[in-house]
Design a protein around this ligand. Sequence first.
Ligand code: SF4
Ligand code: SF4
Ligand code: SF4
Length: 423
Amino acid sequence: MSTVYNWQLGREMEYPYDATYPNEQFAFVFNINRCIACQTCTMACKSTWTFSKGQEYMWWNNVETKPYGGYPHHWDVKLLDLLEKANPEGQIWNDQPLEKRAPYGRFGGKTVFDAAQQNLAPEGAQAALGYLPTDEEWSGPNKFEDNPLSEIKGKRGQFFPGGEQLPNHKTWFFYLQRLCNHCTYPACLAACPRKAIYKRREDGIVLIDQERCRGYRKCVEACPYKKPMYRGATRTSEKCIGCYPRIEGREPDTGGVPTQTRCMAGCIGQIRLQGLIELNPDGVWKENRANPLYYLVHVAKVALPLYPQFGTSPNGYYIPPRWVPRPYLRQMFGPGVDAAIERYTVPDRELLAVLQLFGKDERICARYEIQKGPKVFETTVRGKPFELYNDTIIGYSRKGQEIVRVTVEEPVHIRPDQHANSI
Ligand code: SF4
Ligand code: SF4
Ligand code: SF4
């Protein structure tokens, strides 16, 4: 048991294991606004790591359609419900002044670790509040794809004919891209009775040792994001391995430079930016304004953790979708949602430039610089002045080599008349 400071919650919390922090932490930012649900990321992972016997329903990366979709089905609704039952009407954020160590305020409710401790007898003690999904919930990884309709209760496969009207908004949906968050306080790791799960000191990637695992599925039960998956053919649990050979710079032809994972590098919508973050001894991000992930999460504050209230301190961050009702988003990403959407909708000069880095090169960008360019456009967005400058952003690898150079205004290529139709 450790008492740790969880900066995403703005408070200390109990973690039922020895907390250790890596030198650098695997982290990523997804821009939900740009995802087209092409599932290229999903298939990039599947074709690399989970195409073998017993892995048929194993989707380490998945993209689900919210609000109804989820893999396993309804994973987040079930978890939120369990937490609500453990702490009725108490799962709220306190209205605290924001500060550097608590950028989203202070969470006053219970984490999955707090909730597990509160009412269990010692013999039944578990590391984290959770549940084991049924086999049926692991089937159909993309149920409700592109579909804002809901199934009629008790009538399988029959849907309401019209758009669902929740009390305070019209029909909507959005895509949520998911993989293991390689959490700072992994519930899967704390729950494993075999100590088969470990967090790598060099990059914080969380792995299951296949030699030690006996398939008890305690990790599956404890992970609030339901990202460890059981493989019947080997009777072990498996999970996303953060494509660690690529993070180690072992991809051929990259000269030893760390490379973004398969699901990140393959993203058609260029919504993904993955990197490595240096940590302070207490697990809080070391200040490094020139790192694009640090800038997006801690300076611009446009990217927010997924369900921070679960308490595992996930290292996946999301730029929330602009069109979705705010109460839903606040539940999913915490109280930073409104400010994040405001900044993303009317981005300043630096944010516009940093957003250009997404999906431009598979090598990991450790540092960026911006060269100022001319003003090319100005307007008013939601009553606020907006100016577009054609700045150039340059990204460098950790070895200091230039890996990307891109302007804010993307070049336009017009196909010559003789090639009007390429098909
Ligand atoms: S590849 Fe990118 S755009 Fe396509 S589904 Fe995955 S995250 Fe979305
Ligand atoms: S997302 Fe789940 S499986 Fe991944 S590190 Fe966190 S608790 Fe473990
Ligand atoms: S990081 Fe690698 S192993 Fe993990 S989901 Fe992405 S492609 Fe799969």
